[in-house]
Design a binder for this molecule. Structure first.
Ligand code: F6P
Length: 334
């Protein structure tokens, strides 16, 4: 694409970018890609600080090519992030629109997850303002992209932690319950469970009851397992790792049990190569999408192809299937 092809008709000159919701490793790489692609195509880039909160407050700053130097491999987000209640209301969204118009911004790139795109969808419907989303969340719970920025890094962090837990679990012949993030989705739990050889992965997708878990553990013991790791996805209907450990103990007290909740350390750290590349591809794609007239869509990668899906589909239609992972985790844990 040449610059002329892209924005001759649209006269897009100023593109703003923000990060919103839970941060994820690789968000900085996406910001860098958005800023550099905008400048490459002769547009001005503007950073909005503190997510939608900063959009409402007019917390904007021009970003140059060098403003985003040396952030490609850094975790967190230089633009900060927030969850903003005011943007859930139409009045808040109107204020945000007014700020964008006053500051002469022509289009907006939002990097975030489900909540971010729900807000962006309402905003663009009400105001007609061009918005494109980039999936940035460790949860990997958005349809419209095979992977979201941060998922690979977070899962690698979990794998590193569980490998360490395995060492001590094995030394003491212990049973460990490790709770991981993922809100409504079992992606982190199942991928980390497969990668660390967990005896069971408790997610809503795997549908393992407490009684069934006790049977799995008994089988493991009978077949000479010296340590066992159960990965628990947060928000599991049976409770978190502590509750599930207690329930197992009440049915079978044969194990020396410990619990680890990994928590927010999963959201920090340097992005992996996969996340840096994904973020870079999606940043370029989002800006070029805007310049070629796309709006109110999320940029994603499906089967290694850059694609765009309307916010409505991304937000309302979680089609991602974990059937394969559930089966693989089960077969390999015997
Ligand atoms: O959406 C990302 C995520 O890390 C979820 O996995 C988790 O449930 C949630 O955010 C935690 O949110 P907060 O940082 O606001 O406690």
């Amino acid at each position: 694409m040449t610059n002329d092809d892209l924005h001759d008709e649209l006269f897009m000159k100023k593109i703003a970018v923000l990060t919103s919701g839970g941060d994820s490793p690789g968000m900085n790489a996406a910001i860098r890609a958005v800023v550099r692609t905008a400048v490459y195509h002769d547009c001005e880039a503007v950073g909005v600080f503190q997510g939608f909160q900063g959009l409402i407050a007019g917390d904007f700053k021009r970003l140059h090519v060098r403003s985003v130097a040396k952030i490609l491999g850094r975790g967190g987000t230089i633009l900060k992030s927030a969850r903003c209640d005011e943007f859930r209301e139409e009045q808040g969204r109107r204020k945000a629109h007014q700020q964008l118009v006053e500051q002469g911004v022509d289009a907006l790139v939002v990097i975030g997850g489900n909540g971010t795109f729900t807000g962006a969808m309402h905003f663009s419907k009400e105001t007609g303002f061009p918005v494109i989303g980039i999936p940035g969340t460790i949860d990997n719970d958005l349809s419209g992209s095979d992977f979201t920025i941060g998922f690979d890094s977070a899962t690698n962090t979990v794998v590193e932690a569980v490998d360490k837990i395995r060492d001590t679990a094995d030394s003491h012949n212990r049973l460990f319950f490790v709770e991981v993030m993922g809100r409504d989705s079992g992606f982190i739990a199942l991928h980390a469970g497969i990668a660390t050889g967990a005896v069971a992965v408790m997610t809503k997708e795997s549908e393992i009851t407490i009684e069934h878990l006790v049977d799995i553990l008994k089988l493991g013991q009978a077949s000479n397992k010296t340590s066992s790791i159960v990965i628990v996805a947060e928000g599991h209907p049976e409770g978190g790792a502590f509750e599930i450990a207690k329930k197992v103990y009440s049915l079978d007290s044969a194990y020396e049990t410990r619990v680890t909740v990994l928590g927010h350390l999963q959201r920090g750290g340097d992005p992996t190569c996969a996340d840096r590349v994904l973020a870079s591809r999606l940043g370029v794609s989002a800006v070029e999408g805007l310049l070629s007239g796309k709006k109110n869509v999320m940029a994603g990668v499906i089967n290694d192809q850059l694609v765009f899906f309307p916010f409505e589909e991304v937000v309302h239609n979680k089609t991602a299937s974990l059937e394969d992972e559930v089966r693989i985790a089960k077969i390999l844990s015997i």
